[in-house]
Write a protein that binds this ligand. Structure first.
Ligand SMILES: Nc1ncnc2c1ncn2[C@@H]1O[C@H](COP(=O)(O)OP(=O)(O)OP(=O)(O)O)[C@@H](O)[C@H]1O
Length: 275
């Protein structure tokens, strides 16, 4: 890779996350193979590919859940796995994640959404805001704003047990949005949802992008990727086979395997793709 390309990637990382030549496996089985991919603020990147191809693993590595076997994940200007634990924690605080399962705790909608704000404040901001009442007002505003974004402001005081699965997922999205992350990583966020809840989450994803948040969405749903994404990354067998503007990738992909996947002809798990 030329110095110029590397330098370009380094500069971009100030605003998002960049994976460079990342490979990873589990139990001696390779899953990701030399992935280089950046997520910038203010864009929606869809990561699409057959089941088992490594989309979740890629998101987990971008979120710095664990270090890659090889390669580098950069965010906030540094290689996260060369940083101190404190720096890494700070970097992670700038990332919101939403999984297929909403993982809420048994409390009101509002408590679930504000919880993220409390745990994510670092000790400096806790001290700064301690006793100032400011935090209370700011929290209330952010939580209300996040709930309005997902269309749930009017159920803020209800217990999450009273919600449907789709509403619960919207609460999970609001929780991630409330602390104003730099990036959101969404893993199949609507795969179990009905069209109405899917549409509401997609609308909220658009709102997040318009606020300058970088959003990566791993999805099986080609139509969702087409509706949402500015850029698309197509994965097959743990490799990125095509990355580009959504319009071009969906209408005229360079890689014949990407075309077959987009046409619905490649739907099975990694290792069986042929060519
Ligand atoms: N923690 C883990 N331990 C062992 N193997 C794992 C682990 N996480 C993922 N894998 C394996 O890595 C491969 C890729 O899984 P991953 O969940 O990243 O794919 P995916 O593209 O997100 O699939 P899906 O679309 O079905 O969610 C699979 O073979 C999976 O079994």
């Amino acid at each position: 890779m030329s110095d110029r390309v590397i330098e370009t990637k380094r500069r971009r990382v100030e605003d998002g996350i960049v994976a460079t030549d990342v490979s990873h496996g589990f139990d001696d089985t390779g899953v990701l193979d030399e992935i280089s991919l950046g997520l910038e603020r203010g864009e929606i990147l869809a990561v699409i590919g057959p089941s088992g191809t490594g989309k979740t693993t890629l998101l987990e590595l971008l979120a710095a859940f664990y270090p890659p076997d090889e390669g580098e994940i950069r965010m906030n200007g540094g290689d996260v796995w060369s940083q101190s634990e404190r720096e890494r924690l700070m970097a992670r605080r700038r990332i919101g994640m939403v999984f297929q399962e909403p993982n809420l705790f048994d409390a009101t909608v509002r408590r679930n959404v504000s919880y993220g704000l409390h745990v994510r404040r670092d000790w400096r901001s806790r001290i700064r805001e301690w006793g100032a009442r400011l935090f209370g007002a700011r929290t209330t505003h952010r939580v209300t704003d996040a709930l309005e974004t997902v269309g749930l402001a009017d159920v803020a005081t209800q217990t999450v047990r009273s919600l449907s699965g789709g509403e619960a997922q919207r609460v999970a999205f609001a929780r991630a949005l409330a602390y104003d992350p730099d990036v959101l990583l969404l893993d199949e966020p609507t795969s179990d949802l009905d069209p109405r809840n899917t549409a509401l989450i997609e609308e909220a994803v658009g709102t997040a992008r318009n606020r300058g948040i970088g959003v990566a969405v791993a999805t099986h749903d080609m139509h969702q990727a087409e509706r949402l994404a500015d850029r698309v990354a197509v994965m097959l067998d743990g490799s990125l086979i095509e990355v580009g503007p959504a319009e071009r990738v969906f209408s005229d992909p360079d890689d014949p395997r990407a075309r077959r996947f987009i046409d619905g002809e490649l739907v099975y798990t990694a290792g069986e793709n042929g060519d």
